[in-house]
Design a protein around this ligand. Sequence first.
Ligand code: UT7
Length: 339
Amino acid sequence: MSRVAVLCGLGGALPATAVSNEELAEQLDTSDRWIRTRTGIGRRHVVAPGEATSDLAVAAGRDALASARRTGGEDAAGVDLVVLATSTPDRPCPATAPDVAHRLGLGTVPAFDVSAVCTGFVYALAAAASMITAGVAERALVIGADTFSTILDPADRTTRAIFGDGAGAVVLRAGGADEPGALLGFDLGSDGSGADLITVRAGGSRQRSTPGPPGDGDHFFTMDGRPVFTRAVLDMSRSSQALLDRIGWTPAEVDKVVAHQANIRILNAVGEQLGLEEKQIVANLDRVGNTVAASIPLALRDAAADGELRPGHRVLLTGFGGGLTWGSAALVWPALETG
Ligand code: UT7
């Protein structure tokens, strides 16, 4: 039987402070009505001053390792690989994953960051699963963590309405393809011709750090919402269908689609493209907004906690983000003990 990666632990973490639409409307020219009808978001969590991405990643990682331990016994939490998906690392250099592994007490395990913005978690899952399949690792902790509140323009009502901070994590172990939790396949892609649609212009090798502050708000995150919306629908639908064709599931046979939580209208449009019913689509963005690399694992955690996601369900994950990048993964949901 072929060796694959099997999901065996799930966790997440949100910063303590929640900001409601009404609170945002006190600071910016926006309204609860606009945000709810255009995005489906009701509130988002934001980090406190001094709180960094690694702090959320450590909390989510600890939660996922505890879930793996409760599900599979003491040995189940001993991982030999950490992959962290983030586009808001603590510092541009070095990667944040080694610090996270160290603070989780995981010793000298290999640890690296993956940068694919909102597709980061699916890319990180594929990287870790492939390393398990290749025999490079036995057990991996895969974390998606972002703190976009730290890079948003405080005056940009569009991005501030959408993005929230958070972290989600899963534990993978080596196992067989017929086990519940086995990752059955991936579809990944990118299109760098859209690199400017979602970007932070300054701070890299193109627009270098200068002794003074960067000009013109270039260190803030920017997004061209309309074309990104269109591509998100197109690429998540195409990627999902490509993966379903490969593994032999029809959209109707999928119990739950856990897509990147960017906008409820995007989720509904992907559902329409794939011919899904509303009950197949998982949505938690009303409570957390778009948490970037944390979005899919946090949606999994919330759906599992609510009993919406149950053992035996056929689950499709699909994400889209800056790069542009997109990716999908499929699995049969395992029996897990979570937080
Ligand atoms: O996570 C990675 C992928 N990201 C996404 O998938 C996000 C994709 N894009 C979107 O979700 C939507 O494009 C947005 C939510 C970002 C924007 O919604 P939209 O319906 O596409 O609005 P728009 O950008 O076309 O703007 C329509 C109007 C504009 O006003 P005018 O020019 O018509 O007067 C905006 O200035 O809505 C205005 N607007 C707002 N009004 C109140 C934009 N943001 C806000 C706001 N409150 N927060």
